[in-house]
Design a protein around this ligand. Structure first.
Ligand code: PLP
Length: 355
């Protein structure tokens, strides 16, 4: 038998009361607000922000159709990753599982919280073992299963590939714990979101962000989509005013540009495929990995040298050589057409000097 969400939760977190701020207690509009020790002299930002993010959630519902009751918002996905680990993992006792390689903040955040990190290595094509050999066919007894959360990133970073939805669903249905599917890059993928599976699986959390396709990395807005108990616990433990008024307002404005955002994502996907084809013709590029994201991972014949060559030309990329399975690999964000052209020109120059 798999553990229930309440059994997975840290007992002290399940028991505790969340902080009730003044704006939690009173949310209407009133002529005189003397409940929050604010400066009473009027200005756009003299009042605390809405701790429930009501208007922003309503805008997300209107734009993307997400049920407002399933949305939790964080100061970037990074805050939500931290809240999830703190809600479910007992320091010094529990563990999370991550893909290897994958986004580094799961590990850093787990280590900061004194939570063990168990890695599932991807194969040389960055695929998951389809037999799911890393998931026991019968969950171990409650007391000895220290694994609480599996962070599955699809499309994955730094590899760029998205996993088959049926494989992900298989994991969600079998895993004895919370499965967080981080869909930070899903807007650039031909494989869709797993959002609709939330109604079927109470242990599923979908992570989205406004930092990638939505063009708002500077605002810091992460979105967790989940059902009932998980959403409740995230609301209970988040810092009450984790998104400022300015951030909430700017995010609503940016969601009003959704048509433009969609056009930009399609342009980026087309540019990504063109850039991949151009990179394949270079001597210094041994392999361009398939990408469902807004970046490309390439295997080169000399990652450090190429990284330095590009840096001297003012082009900064990510050297992922030390990641599992990524020896000699560089990761490029797909930029504007002008930026992509500059990258290709520089790499052609590198080829001319080194071949
Ligand atoms: C897979 C993945 N998840 C989450 C994030 C961070 O998102 P945010 O900017 O919302 O904290 C990143 C950032 O690169 C990422 O690659």
């Amino acid at each position: 038998m798999k553990r229930t969400i309440v059994e997975l939760m840290r007992p002290n977190v399940a028991k505790m009361q969340g902080y009730k701020s003044a704006r939690h207690e009173y949310q209407g509009s009133a002529n005189i607000l003397l409940d929050a020790n604010e400066n009473p002299f009027d200005w756009d930002y003299n009042r605390y922000p809405d701790p429930h993010h009501f208007r922003l959630k309503r805008e997300l519902w209107k734009t993307l159709g997400w049920d407002m009751a399933k949305i939790s918002l964080g100061n970037g996905s990074d805050e939500l990753i931290d809240l999830l680990i703190r809600a479910f993992c007992e320091p010094g006792k529990d563990a999370i599982r991550v893909l290897n390689p994958s986004y580094g903040m799961y590990k850093v955040t787990a280590e900061l919280n004194n939570v063990e990190v168990i890695k599932t290595d991807l194969d040389e094509d960055f695929q998951l073992d389809p037999t799911l050999a890393f998931i026991p066919s019968t969950p171990p007894a409650v007391k000895i299963n220290k694994e609480k959360i599996f962070f599955l990133t699809s499309p994955n970073n730094p590899t760029g590939n998205a996993f088959h939805q049926s494989l992900l669903e298989d994991i969600i249905s079998r895993y004895d714990g919370i499965v967080v599917v981080d869909e930070a890059y899903v807007d650039f993928s031909s494989r869709g979101s797993l959002y609709t599976l939330i109604d079927k699986y109470p242990n599923l959390v979908i992570l989205r962000t406004m930092s990638k396709a939505f063009g708002a990395a500077g605002l810091r807005i992460g979105i967790a989509l989940a059902d009932g108990l998980i959403t409740n616990v995230l609301h209970k433990i988040k810092p009450p005013y984790n998104l400022s008024t300015i951030v909430q307002e700017q995010a609503i404005t940016q969601l009003g540009n959704y048509t433009k955002i969609l056009t930009q994502s399609h342009l980026t996907m087309a540019d990504r495929d063109r850039l991949a084809a151009d990179l394949r013709s270079l001597f210094c590029v041994e392999r361009v990995f398939p990408s469902d994201a807004n970046f490309l991972l390439i295997k080169t014949n000399a990652a450090d040298e190429i990284y330095d060559f590009l840096r001297k030309k003012g082009i900064i990329v990510r050297n992922r050589s030390s990641d599992h399975g990524c020896f000699q690999c560089l990761r490029f964000t797909v930029g504007t057409p002008v930026e992509n052209k500059a990258l290709l020109t520089a790499l052609n120059e590198y080829d001319d000097l080194n071949s």
